[in-house]
Design a protein around this ligand. Structure first.
Ligand code: HEM
Length: 415
């Protein structure tokens, strides 16, 4: 990251692409929550950063004064002409259009539809694991977590799995390339749409049983979706479905690798996983989305200007001690856990059932195969910054030995 000047003052000049934020944002948010709960920066044409749960929630619910015309902070503001759908419907659509664009997608992501994808997801996780067996050190982000959501979404959409690197390149560009010069950013977007356009034309010529054909045959207000609308929704699904889930799987494995007591507990009490997973989603929520301020206004004492950004830090809201007891601790069996990792309000994640299934299956398969693992070198772990945060380099040492005496993890200082 770090295309910008390093941050010197998080209250008045924050930058969510700063290396310090990527490495460990929690102390930054804790400090802001106490001393300056809505921070501001002049970067990106102006942006606000609420860090308290109540403020994040208030903005997420306020679709009158904050628009979703763009949800990824950059110097670029998408043209008004794309309204009401916006650049990536439904995430970029405001009411009332948003409701129809979202409703269309819901059957694809229903619990029933997602359950049908579980066996293939499990088989794929097992296949990835087989390829890692016998190795002492593996990269759990690069060689495991990142592949799972790419494969799932490519199969759903009807895009070739062999293009996985292409998808990841696009996603990386959209989410992590926010500080690139405008021309470079626009060129990357054009490339994405060019790629999708080719596949859409192919699906128009020969329809099949997949999501691209489903979207091409869907109607809004009695009219078929235009190929341009379909391309923008597919772009959203690629971006919303890949880095997010990859980050959640990776952050969960990172936590278990760094916290032997929690790893051991999950291995001996696998029935705890669904509850533990929610806690890991709370503590390491990967996704921060943004809004644009519609008109100049005073928002709780903040002089917000039209076209400035408001970053919805769901991850910081999840660490607010006014909303969660012992907010900065991971309590695997936390009983009350109304976390907002999937957002709040009308744009709440449409793919949450799918994300949860992928996360659960990925962790089940990993823990069953590798009950003993630890960080190989904590300093070598690299986290993505920006609006989707998760480990991108995650070397873990796997101890597959039968006998505890032979275990490298059992020796003091080895983990
Ligand atoms: C752990 C993984 C995931 C997390 C943490 C996550 C988080 C979020 C969040 C916070 C939002 C709200 C955005 C906003 O308020 O502007 C959102 C929206 C959305 N997500 Fe996810 N997401 C995940 C996985 C997925 C997956 C796998 C898919 C589907 C492939 C998906 C599809 C969507 C869509 C379509 C929206 C837009 C909904 C709307 O605007 O009505 N997400 N997600």
């Amino acid at each position: 990251m770090g295309h910008h000047e390093p941050v010197s003052d998080w209250k008045t000049d924050f930058d969510h692409t700063d290396d310090a934020w990527a490495a460990d944002p929690y102390p930054i948010w804790d400090d802001l929550r106490r001393s300056c709960p809505v921070a501001h920066t002049g970067r990106y044409g102006g942006a606000w950063l609420p860090t308290r749960y109540d403020d994040v929630a208030a903005i997420a619910y306020d679709t009158e004064r904050f628009t979703s015309r763009s949800v990824v902070v950059s110097e670029f503001r998408p043209p008004m002409a794309l309204a009401p759908a916006g650049i990536a419907p439904p995430i970029s659509s405001d009411p009332p259009f948003h409701n129809d664009a979202r409703r269309m997608l819901l059957p694809i992501f229903s619990p029933h539809a997602v359950a049908r994808l579980e066996p293939a997801t499990r088989a794929y996780c097992d296949e990835l694991i087989e390829a890692l067996r016998g190795r002492d050190v593996v990269d759990a982000a690069e060689e495991y977590a990142q592949h799972i959501p790419v494969r799932v979404i490519a199969n759903m959409l009807g895009l070739p799995e062999s293009d996985a690197d292409v998808f990841r390149g696009f996603v990386n560009h959209v989410l992590e390339g926010v500080a690139l010069p405008m021309e470079q950013r626009a060129a990357g977007m054009l490339e994405l749409f060019g790629y999708l356009q080719g596949h859409i034309e192919d699906h128009i010529a020969s329809p099949r049983d997949d999501l691209i054909t489903f979207l091409l045959e869907s109607e809004l207000d009695g009219e078929k979706l235009t190929p341009f609308h379909v391309a923008r929704t597919i772009g959203l699904l690629l971006i919303a479905g890949i880095d997010t889930t990859w980050s959640a799987i990776g952050a969960s494995i990172w936590h278990l690798a760094a916290t032997p007591a929690d790893r051991e507990r999950l291995v001996s009490e696998p029935e705890l996983l669904p509850v533990a997973m929610e806690e890991l989603l709370r503590a390491y929520a990967p996704v921060t989305m943004a809004r644009l301020v519609r008109d100049d206004m005073d928002w709780n004492g903040c002089p917000m200007k039209a076209e400035e950004w408001a970053l919805l830090s769901f991850p910081s809201a999840n660490r607010d001690p006014d909303a969660f007891e012992r907010a900065d601790e991971v309590i695997l069996d936390r009983a009350v856990n109304r976390h907002v990792a999937f957002g709040l309000g009308i744009h709440r994640c449409a793919g949450s059932h799918l994300a949860r299934m992928e996360l659960r299956v990925a962790l089940e398969a990993w823990l069953a195969a590798f009950p003993r693992f630890a960080l190989e070198d904590p300093a070598a772990v690299r986290w993505s910054g920006g609006q989707v945060r998760g480990p991108r380099t995650l070397p873990v040492r796997i101890d597959d030995q039968e006998s505890p005496e032979g275990s490298r993890l059992a020796r003091p200082g080895a983990g």
